[in-house]
Design a protein around this ligand. Structure first.
Ligand SMILES: C[S@@+](CC[C@H](N)C(=O)[O-])C[C@H]1O[C@@H](n2cnc3c(N)ncnc32)[C@H](O)[C@@H]1O
Length: 237
């Protein structure tokens, strides 16, 4: 297994990888960006309301912020379904599959997740089970929520992905410094690992990333990015 990444902390809050020269999430408001780009970009709440059991796939687990934000949104959705007596329609479980080559150690994970009190209870549950000791698949259970985490290079892990993915979160570092996580072979493997109605979302709209996704077989659309960012992309298989 690779060593835990070397980090610097911007404003003592936002972790930045020295290897990739990029932050794990935006300095503006990482949690809001996750909700906007990945959760809304894949229309997850609407799909849950229709009773869809979405298996989510993510490239780059990082701090787990995307996972926790998705878990929280899914709990909010469950609450809403209970309040409106729509429970029989409710999506009963959440499966989140993610890949990470350079897992954070427990201390850094705790520090990275500390700015969000609204995620505190969920972060604590993740931290309780956080022990990425060796390469390969590990499964973490949180009641109806399951995290299947591959430790190692995504291009290797995707070959043994346990389930087809319905919604992809493409969250590598900047494509310029982390080209492996946006490569054409990986985007092709992503397409093969997708269910027929799969969607994807990413914060980057870099031209060559779009072209790799298109040549793999995805239809890609640009939309307004989060905050001051001009563009992001969504896609369908
Ligand atoms: C922008 S960060 C992800 C942020 C994360 N989604 C979160 O919620 O904090 C990108 C992640 O991709 C990981 N990564 C980079 N290259 C990789 C590869 N080839 N295979 C798997 N993970 C990789 C990095 O270690 C880093 O954790």
């Amino acid at each position: 297994m690779e060593k835990a990444p070397e980090l610097v902390w911007l404003d003592n809050l936002t972790p930045k990888s020295t290897r990739f020269d990029d932050t794990y999430f935006t300095r503006d408001n990482g949690l809001e960006e996750t909700r906007y780009v990945f959760i809304e970009g894949n229309r997850l709440p609407q799909r849950w309301r229709q009773g869809e059991h979405t298996v989510i796939g993510e490239l780059g687990f990082g701090t787990g912020l995307n996972f926790l934000a998705t878990w929280q949104s899914w709990l909010d959705y469950q609450q809403e379904a209970n309040n409106t007596n729509a429970h029989p329609l409710a999506s009963p479980a959440l499966t989140f599959i993610s890949f990470e080559k350079y897992p954070l150690d427990k201390q850094d994970l705790a520090k990275a997740l500390s700015p969000w009190p609204e995620l505190k209870k969920l972060s604590e549950r993740l931290l309780d089970l956080w022990q990425p000791a060796s390469d390969g698949w590990q499964e973490l259970h949180f009641g109806a929520v399951t995290l299947q985490l591959y430790i190692g290079d995504a291009i290797d892990g995707i070959k043994t992905i346990p389930l087809p993915i319905d919604a992809w979160f493409l969250d590598g570092f900047n494509p310029k410094t982390n080209p492996d996580l946006w490569s054409e072979p990986l985007m092709q493997a992503l397409h093969q690992a997708s269910s027929p109605h799969a969607t994807l979302a990413s914060y980057t709209a870099a031209g060559w990333v779009r072209r790799n996704l298109q040549s793999a077989g995805f239809s890609i659309a640009k939309r307004k990015g989060f905050g001051h960012k001009r563009d992001m992309i969504t896609g369908t298989r």
